[in-house]
Ligand binder design. Sequence first.
Ligand code: ADP
Ligand code: ADP
Length: 232
Amino acid sequence: PPAASAVDLAKVYGFGDTQVIALGGVSVEFAAGQFTAIMGPSGSGKSTLMHCMAALDSPTSGKVYIGEVELSSLKDKELTRIRRDRLGFIFQAFNLVPTLNAKENITLPLDIAGQDIDKEWFDTVVRTVGLADRLKHKPNELSGGQQQRVACARALVSRPDIIFADEPTGNLDSRSGAEILAFLRNSVRELGQTIVMVTHDPGAAAYADRVLFLGDGQIVDEMFDPSAEKVL
Ligand code: ADP
Ligand code: ADP
């Protein structure tokens, strides 16, 4: 099966005559090992789609599958476990714990879950994001680019089935942003990671294998092997 998929996903906000259709029946598959970018104008439903796929929000109707598991059939406890064990998150604001150093931030999800750290995998992830000499640093001792690399390592370390990245380069200068994007692409190529990334930046979307374009809560276009010129 795909790493994740949605069938006829709809999300309606509000009641009565103030309804907003954020998603109007979206069906989509995210293949394992694929890097998908989601683009579209502000208000087109990008965040809503990502939040429903990532079990952070529940749709009004339709189904979301993580692998073969259909989310609406799950209790809160099981949803929490899916988010923890099978999904990874990267946000625009790096969301690191300020009192913990880089290493402790990276291993936090495993520590919370009471899972052992696979030393070899940890070293691979840290090497891939280029943080080997920064592990003892606290977030305020790291640049923005380095903080986002810590967040990427934290997302990868539990070997999630899929990583959801919400404007991961939104707070970075273009050079640091390019490093993060190259790293995300490498984690797809070399580690087989599956990634879904929301972005409004055509240059960022060009790092993906595939771009979905949303408009008014619908998928209005799809492109494979994008380049920045094609996305624009
Ligand atoms: P995007 O991420 O593409 O900017 P969103 O998914 O955030 O779009 O929003 C899609 C539509 O749903 C917009 O019209 C937005 O105003 C509306 N919307 C999003 N969240 C809420 C909410 N919590 N309550 C009411 N309307 C919302
Ligand atoms: P990057 O391109 O990775 O974002 P910068 O060129 O901004 O890195 O930063 C260069 C060095 O300065 C980094 O290695 C980092 O250790 C240090 N540095 C950058 N920003 C800060 C900060 N806000 N506080 C402490 N150290 C910082």
